[in-house]
Design a protein around this ligand. Structure first.
Ligand SMILES: Cc1cc2nc3c(=O)[nH]c(=O)nc-3n(C[C@H](O)[C@H](O)[C@H](O)COP(=O)(O)OP(=O)(O)OC[C@H]3O[C@@H](n4cnc5c(N)ncnc54)[C@H](O)[C@@H]3O)c2cc1C
Length: 424
């Protein structure tokens, strides 16, 4: 069986590897110069199975209004003359309910736990092949810190369902936060930490490096990786897809998997399909980790709305969400506000400010915060593995395994019905 995978980010590169493991002939295609140059390039790095709740929630509409017009607004709306944006927003607003948020936790968690076990399996497989899968993984947990006591209490209550599903977060006092992560000491002295929630089993890693390595792993298993190749359209015939038309010509296949992130909807559009995957822009800053007192534990600062991960000798902070279409302009003000937030939490990062690398990327986001996985109903051999939004790193390997099972017709490791495109 020959399968084409469109897109070589976390989702697509992992899918290519999973398909190659199952003995399929695989062609992985990306318009960029290599794997992981899209949204997977410089994300927050968190592998956060203990925090898989969708963004849509009761507080979001108020948050948008409260921060209206501010450069450092963590959530910003830029209305466009684009019906896809309005439809997405309408559905997103309809999901801004506590019950809708709760509903998505169990399926997302299953996928996150499958990701954990697939990443562990990949590491073993690479080790056996004599090429360790090194993506600067840190298994020191994720600590969420809170400035206000009431926010901590609310978050603890919201984390309840996850705790009942076996992935609890432990409540820590301010001094316990510092014992766990001494780099936070100055923040505590300033009274910035009312307490924390600690997920010991979570961690972090470099998603770009991972994408590069896992694509190499797929090539080692026989996959062909076509770089700098644009997929222009799907070639369909009746109820099946015959292949794809690319900038290098038509490539035929028995199955096609769309893992093109925010490029997925464009490929579905000619068939009248709506995936409800819409871009939500975020920013990150990466800089040399301060010697001696850089954090080792990945941090989510709930007041500043940023996440921070240690990636080898570098530190990355990421945050912000802007619903404003496909525009990839890096706005200096938005980017700098992530740096400002990082520096105000960890003043020791200030001296490296001049060496900071700023980046922005488009999260491929569905309104309900879960990816779209599985077959496209009209075609028997077209599959989607996209729309992971804020959780692509946390859910990517698991969704690749589950979709690869479906493509190869093997027994599914996971029920994919909660992720079907039909739910919209
Ligand atoms: C600021 C920020 C912070 C984040 N932090 C985290 C985090 O801490 N933890 C977490 O779990 N997630 C995080 N995410 C989300 C995560 O990064 C994404 O969900 C994930 O990268 C999506 O991966 P993907 O493979 O679906 O998409 P991408 O990485 O964008 O890959 C899609 C690929 O498809 C290619 N492509 C598209 N169209 C075509 C075409 N027509 N022809 C050929 N190739 C095409 C693109 O070039 C691209 O390489 C963050 C995102 C952002 C923006």
């Amino acid at each position: 069986m020959h399968a084409i995978v469109v897109g070589a980010g976390i989702a697509g590169a992992s899918t290519a590897y999973e398909l190659a493991l199952r003995g399929a002939q695989v062609t992985l295609i990306d318009q960029r110069e290599g794997a992981g140059f899209g949204t997977s390039y410089a994300n927050g790095g968190q592998l956060s199975a203990c925090e898989v709740a969708p963004w849509a929630g009761p507080e979001i509409p108020w948050m948008v209004l409260k921060w209206l017009g501010r450069d450092d607004a963590p959530f910003r709306l830029r209305p466009k003359m684009d019906p896809e944006q309005w439809l997405w927003l309408m559905r997103f607003l309809m999901r801004c309910r506590a019950s809708a948020r709760r509903e998505r936790i169990a399926p997302n968690l299953e996928l996150a736990l499958l990701t954990r076990s697939r990443l562990a399996a990949y590491e073993r497989e690479f080790e056996q092949a004599g090429m360790p899968l090194d993506y600067r993984r840190k298994e020191r947990g994720i600590l969420r810190i809170f400035r206000e006591e009431h926010a901590l209490a609310e978050a603890e209550q919201e984390a309840g369902p996850l705790a009942r599903m076996g992935v609890g977060q432990e409540r820590l006092t301010p001094s316990e936060c510092i014992s766990l992560e001494p780099a936070l000491a100055s923040a505590m002295q300033r009274g910035d930490i009312a307490g924390g929630l600690y997920a010991a089993s979570d961690g972090s890693g470099d998603a770009h490096l991972y994408s590069v390595k896992i694509a190499e792993g797929a090539e080692r298993l026989g996959a062909r990786f076509m770089r700098n190749t644009d997929v222009r359209r799907l070639v369909a015939e009746g109820a099946s897809v015959r292949g794809v038309e690319t900038s290098q010509g038509i490539i035929e296949a028995d199955a096609v998997v769309l893992a093109a992130g925010t490029g997925t909807q464009a490929l579905l559009r000619p068939f009248g399909y709506r995936s409800y995957i819409y871009p939500v822009k975020g920013y990150s800053v990466t800089l040399p980790a301060p010697e001696g007192n850089a954090p080792e534990v990945s941090i989510t600062d709930e007041a500043r709305k940023i996440v921070i991960s240690r990636l080898g000798d570098r530190l990355r902070a990421a945050g912000q969400a802007e619903v404003g279409g496909y525009d990839m302009t890096l706005e200096q003000g938005r980017a700098k506000s992530v740096m400002d937030a990082l520096e105000s939490l960890f003043p020791q990062t200030g001296p490296a400010r001049g060496e900071a690398e700023y980046w922005c990327g488009l999260r491929p986001m569905t309104p309900d915060g879960s990816p779209v996985l599985g077959a496209v109903p009209q075609f028997g051999n077209l599959f989607i593995n996209s729309g992971h939004g804020t959780l692509g790193w946390t859910l990517g390997a698991g969704s690749a395994a589950a979709v690869a099972d479906m493509v190869c017709g093997s027994a599914p490791q996971l029920d994919l019905s909660p992720f079907s495109i039909k739910r919209f």
